[in-house]
Design a binder for this molecule. Structure first.
Ligand SMILES: *Cc1c(COP(=O)(O)O)cnc(C)c1O
Length: 387
């Protein structure tokens, strides 16, 4: 432990294996994992189909440079394009790389049409787009940027939900508005569909691009393949990551034809991004999650989960302030700090994770069983009763 840097608040527990929705600790205790590596293990642990896809590719070829054609990546890109608004895809390895590429694409687009000064990105104050230097300044969070100056310029901020501050911050140099469709780290705050539609209209009117960060809320998490789909809005650029690899690190940026034209050979690259091993797993994840039946089941499970959580909230109004979220991206907001509550859930063998605003984030695998949701509900109710 001492050999690892101290940059995390780590719990003193480790896991020796995972099976579906469960993790088994090194001391042999079985936990219901409703954290899923923060929306990453979208199909549970050791999913047989993913294990098979990984093994099969591992025996063939792990990695080749993007200097060559990679059929596995072409296949996954084709599937993503067919399923979504997008016309083309660039693969990366993580969420923060995906959001950085989203920013690069937006800027390069305006550069390519002779408007290089149109390069500022307008973001929500205290949002989360990752931890690289540009991404932390995109978030504008004091906590994340402290000590990492000089400030990366080119980002402006508005307050979540404050439409006046949003309109005021748009200048002639604004290239894009970048928001999380559902704020994850920020406390599971959903942008309502009517707001997304207004945001699209505003971007059209001002001739700026709309970037929807779906790194956490995308890939089925919301019950739709993308969380913005229910609004019928078409963004220009969408960074994804977390859920698409099912645990294998994959990031990507999806974009429409208009902006992708700017990404000519040499404008961007990655050593690891889109290598055959990652893409083979991604293809399998995509085949499972993009099915209508699979997505409809997430919606059904979500409705059941949210209804029962709201019933628990009614029974314990002094503990629970609000149930938030969409699909299987759920937040239980407490009136007070949630740390102790999360600890009690863990003592009862249920793993969850914090978000801002006293929120307990609940992220079961997307193929969770109803009976497993029932176990979680029982534990949450029990902890409320004993709290
Ligand atoms: C997790 C997350 C990121 C960053 O992803 P990493 O893989 O940790 O770099 C970016 N945006 C959102 C919305 C996220 O939830």
């Amino acid at each position: 432990m001492a050999f690892l840097a101290n940059n995390y608040y780590r719990k003193k527990i480790s896991f020796k294996k995972g099976i579906g929705s469960y993790l088994v600790s090194t001391n042999g205790k079985k936990y219901l994992d409703f954290c899923s590596g923060i929306a990453v293990n979208s199909l549970g642990h050791a999913n047989p189909r993913l294990v098979k896809a990984l093994y099969k590719q591992a025996k063939k070829v792990w990695h080749v440079s993007n200097a060559f054609t990679i059929p596995e990546g072409e296949m996954l890109a084709k599937k993503l394009v067919k399923k979504t608004f997008a016309d083309s895809v660039i693969f990366q390895n993580s969420g923060t790389e995906a959001t950085e590429v989203a920013i690069k694409v937006a800027r390069r687009y305006f550069y390519s049409i002779g408007k290089p000064k149109k390069n500022r990105i307008l973001c929500v104050k205290n949002s989360f787009h990752g931890r690289t230097i540009a991404a932390i300044f995109a978030s504008g969070s004091k906590k994340m940027t402290e000590g990492f100056g000089p400030k990366v310029s080119g980002f402006d901020h508005f307050i979540f939900g404050d439409h006046n501050s949003l309109k005021k911050r748009i200048t002639k140099n604004t290239a894009a508005i970048m928001v999380e469709t559902i704020m994850g780290e920020g406390g599971i705050k959903v942008i309502p569909d009517w707001c997304l539609r207004d945001l699209r209209k505003l971007c059209n009117k001002k001739k700026i691009l709309l970037i929807l960060d779906e790194v956490q809320c995308g890939i089925g998490r919301s019950g739709d393949f993308f969380a913005f789909e229910s609004s019928k809005v078409k963004p220009d650029i969408v960074p994804i990551a977390k859920g698409i690899g099912g645990g294998f690190p994959i990031g990507a940026v999806l974009m429409n034809k208009k902006v992708s034209k700017a990404m000519v050979p040499g404008t961007h690259g990655s050593t690891f991004g889109g290598n055959p091993l990652a893409m083979s797993v991604g293809n399998e994840v995509m085949d499972i999650i993009s099915k209508k039946k699979f997505l409809n089941n997430i919606k059904k499970l979500s409705k059941y989960f949210l209804k029962n959580l709201n019933d628990i909230k009614v029974k314990h109004p002094n503990i629970i302030k609000q149930i938030r979220g969409k699909g299987l991206l759920i937040g239980i907001q407490l009136h007070r700090d949630q740390t102790l509550f999360i600890k009690k859930l863990m003592e009862n063998k249920l793993l969850t994770i914090k978000a801002a605003e006293n929120v307990i984030r609940i992220l079961p695998p997307l193929n969770v069983k109803k009976s497993e949701i029932d176990i979680a509900l029982k534990v949450i109710n029990k902890v409320c009763s004993e709290y």
